[in-house]
Design a protein around this ligand. Structure first.
Ligand code: G3H
Length: 538
C-alpha cells in the first residue's frame, strides 16, 4: 500500500481525456448588476488536491480567480440593494409565477454546464465522479422541488381568512438583501440550498463561493445573468476580511446564509451594526456520534460506519466523527472495521469505484497526523495497517481505538478520514458525550433490542435534531428538515423550510364591512395587487 500511495498521483497522459481540464483556467469574469465584468486586479491561485506527476516532480496549480477589493465588493452590495429597492424592485414585485419562469430558464442553462461543473468538482475539491455527478443532479432536483414547494405554499395562501369580523390574506414576503456563503465540501449544492430559496422568495443575493471550489461556479455566471433581472444575483470573490467585512459592516444585509465554521459565523454576525435587522441561517460544525449497542448486527453497522465516517473522505458535516462501541463487541467490531477499511479503493476522483481521494484543504494531511500523534501519545492505537500513510494531499483512512476525553480527537471535528473509537461499558458514557458536546446535529444508534433503542431515542431527540437507527447520519432526502442544536446550526433547511426561513409571514387585513368588501372586490376583480390575489398557480 505504501508504494501505491507513493505513486498515487498520475501523469497527465494517465488521466482519461474526458476528465482533463485546460490548465490553467483563469477566471476573470464576475457578475454585478446583470453584467459580466472582467477583473483587472489581483488574482488568487487555485491549487488542486490532485497533483500531476511530470518528469519526477509534482504540480497542482490549475488556475486563478479574482481577488476583489473593498470598492468592488461594495458595488456588489449596491447592485443587490438597488435591485431590491426596499421591496419595490422588479424582482421582489414579480409574481411567484414570473419568478418561477426565471428559474425554469436558469435550470435549462445550468444543465448545459453539467459536464464542466462536474469536472471542476473533481479537480478543485477531489470529489469522486459519482459524488460529483450526484452533487450536480441533486442540486437541479432541489431547484425543481423548491418550485413545487413554493407552488404549494402559494396555493395555500391564495384564499382569504375571516375571523372575528376581520378579513385577511396571509402570504410570505421577502426579507431583503441576502448574503450566501457555502462550504467547500458541497460548494455547489450547499451554496444553492440557501441561494435558490432566498432568490425564489424575492430576495436579492450576493454570493461568495467557498475558498475551495470557486472555479466551478464560473460556468454558471452567464446562466445567472441571462435568467434573472439585473442586480438580483451578484458575485463576490476574495478574502473575507477585505470583501465580506465591508458588506456586513454596511448594515444593509438583511439575511446571512452561511455554512461553515462557528468562528467565521460569529465574526460575520458581530460585524453587522444592527443585530435585530439581520436574520441568520447557519449550518455549522458537528461531531455526530455512532452508538453501537452490544447486540448490533456487525455487518450492517460496519457498512454504515464506513460510509458514514468516510464518504467523501469524512469531509461531510453529517459524517460520523466518533464511534462509541460496547466493550463486549469492541474487538470484533474493530477487527471487521479495520479489515473493511483496508479494502477501500483509493485513487483519483475519476478512477472507477474510487472511494478515498486526495484532500483539498492545504496542510490537512499534517493536521490529521497531529491529531493521531496526540492520541497515540496518550495511549490510542492505530488499528489498520495502512492507516495514516500520506503523500502530499492524500491521507489513508485510519481506525483509531482506545480514545478518551484527554485526546484532541475526542473533541475536535476532524473533518477527514479518521475513525476514532471509544469503548464503553456504561451507556451513560456516550450519552454524557452528547450532553456535554458543544454540537447537536445528529446521532446514529446501532442495535436490535427495541426497548433499549427506544430509551436512547427518547433521550437523544432532545439533544440532537435527527436520530438515525441502524443507519449513518445524513442530510437527505432534501425534503427532510436539516438543522442542529447548540453550535451546529441556526434555522432549518429542508426544501419547504428553506422557503420559510428566507421570507416572513405578512398579511393584509381589513374590517368586514360593506365599504371594505367593495374595495377588496374591486382590487381582486381588476387584479390591481400582486399580494391581494386569489390566483391559483397550477
Ligand atoms: O456537509 C454537510 C452536508 O449537508 C451533508 O450532506 O449528509 O447529504 O452528505 P449529506
Amino acid at each position: 500500500m505504501k508504494q501505491k500511495i507513493e505513486t498515487i498521483f498520475p501523469e497527465i497522459t494517465e488521466i482519461p481525456e474526458r476528465y482533463r481540464i485546460p490548465i490553467p483556467i483563469n477566471q476573470t469574469g464576475y457578475l454585478i448588476n446583470g453584467e459580466l465584468h472582467q477583473w483587472k486586479g489581483e488574482f488568487e491561485n487555485v491549487y488542486s488536491p490532485v497533483y500531476i506527476s511530470e518528469k519526477g516532480s509534482l504540480y497542482n496549480f490549475i488556475g486563478t480567480y479574482p481577488l476583489m477589493d473593498k470598492e468592488t465588493s461594495l458595488h456588489t452590495l449596491n447592485a443587490a440593494t438597488e435591485a431590491y429597492n426596499n421591496g419595490r424592485g422588479e424582482w421582489p414585485m414579480m409574481t411567484i409565477e414570473q419568478r418561477i419562469g426565471c428559474f425554469r430558464k436558469f435550470i435549462l442553462l445550468m444543465k448545459e454546464q453539467r459536464d464542466i461543473v462536474i469536472k471542476l468538482l473533481m479537480w478543485e475539491i477531489g470529489k469522486n465522479l459519482k459524488d460529483a455527478e450526484n452533487e450536480f443532479d441533486r442540486t437541479t432536483d432541489y431547484i425543481n422541488n423548491t418550485i413545487e414547494a413554493l407552488k404549494d405554499i402559494d396555493r395555500d395562501s391564495s384564499r382569504f381568512i375571516i375571523k372575528q369580523g376581520i378579513i385577511a390574506q396571509i402570504r410570505r414576503a421577502p426579507l431583503g438583501v441576502t448574503l450566501c456563503m457555502g462550504p467547500f465540501n458541497y460548494p455547489l449544492n450547499e451554496t444553492f440550498t440557501t441561494l435558490i430559496p432566498a432568490l425564489i422568495m424575492g430576495n436579492t443575493v450576493i454570493f461568495k463561493p467557498p475558498k475551495l471550489g470557486v472555479l466551478l461556479h464560473s460556468p454558471l455566471l452567464k446562466a445567472f445573468r441571462d435568467a434573472f433581472p439585473k442586480g438580483v444575483v451578484n458575485t463576490v470573490y476574495g478574502e473575507g476580511q477585505k470583501v465580506i467585512a465591508p458588506i456586513m459592516k454596511s448594515g444593509k444585509v438583511n439575511v446571512l446564509a452561511f455554512i461553515g465554521s462557528c468562528k467565521v459565523a460569529d465574526i460575520l454576525k458581530k460585524q453587522h451594526p444592527h443585530p435585530h435587522k439581520l436574520k441568520s441561517v447557519l449550518g455549522l460544525e458537528a461531531k455526530n456520534p455512532a452508538i453501537i449497542l452490544e447486540d448490533a448486527d456487525l455487518n450492517i453497522t460496519t457498512h454504515e460506519c464506513i460510509t458514514g465516517a468516510l464518504s467523501y473522505n469524512g469531509q461531510r458535516c453529517t459524517a460520523l466523527k466518533i464511534i462509541f462501541v460496547h466493550k463486549n463487541i469492541t474487538d470484533a467490531f474493530i477487527r471487521k472495521l479495520s479489515s473493511e477499511v483496508e479494502k477501500l479503493n483509493i485513487g483519483m476522483p475519476w478512477d472507477e469505484d474510487v472511494f478515498i481521494t486526495p484532500l483539498p484543504e492545504p496542510d490537512k494531511a499534517d493536521y490529521l497526523s497531529d491529531l493521531v500523534n496526540d492520541a497515540v501519545n496518550k495511549g490510542a492505537r492505530i488499528c489498520n495497517q495502512s492507516g495514516g500513510i500520506k503523500n502530499k494531499s492524500f491521507f489513508y483512512p485510519l481506525v483509531l481505538s482506545g480514545i478518551n476525553h484527554n485526546m484532541r480527537i475526542y473533541h475536535e471535528e476532524q473533518f477527514g478520514p479518521i475513525i476514532p473509537i471509544v469503548s464503553y461499558n456504561d451507556i451513560q458514557v456516550p450519552l454524557d458525550y452528547v450532553i456535554n458536546s458543544n454540537y447537536g446535529q445528529q446521532a446514529s444508534i446501532f442495535g436490535e433490542d427495541s426497548e433499549t433503542i427506544s430509551i436512547l431515542v427518547d433521550t437523544l431527540v432532545n439533544q440532537v435534531c435527527r436520530v438515525n437507527i441502524n443507519s449513518q447520519c445524513q442530510r437527505g432526502p432534501d425534503i427532510f428538515p436539516f438543522t442542529g442544536r447548540k453550535d451546529s446550526a441556526e434555522g432549518t433547511l429542508s426544501v419547504s423550510d428553506a422557503l420559510k426561513v428566507f421570507s416572513i409571514r405578512t398579511l393584509v387585513a381589513l374590517k368586514e364591512n360593506d365599504r371594505n368588501k367593495k374595495i377588496l372586490t374591486e382590487i381582486l376583480n381588476n387584479q390591481q395587487s400582486k399580494f391581494l390575489s386569489t390566483d391559483f398557480i397550477l
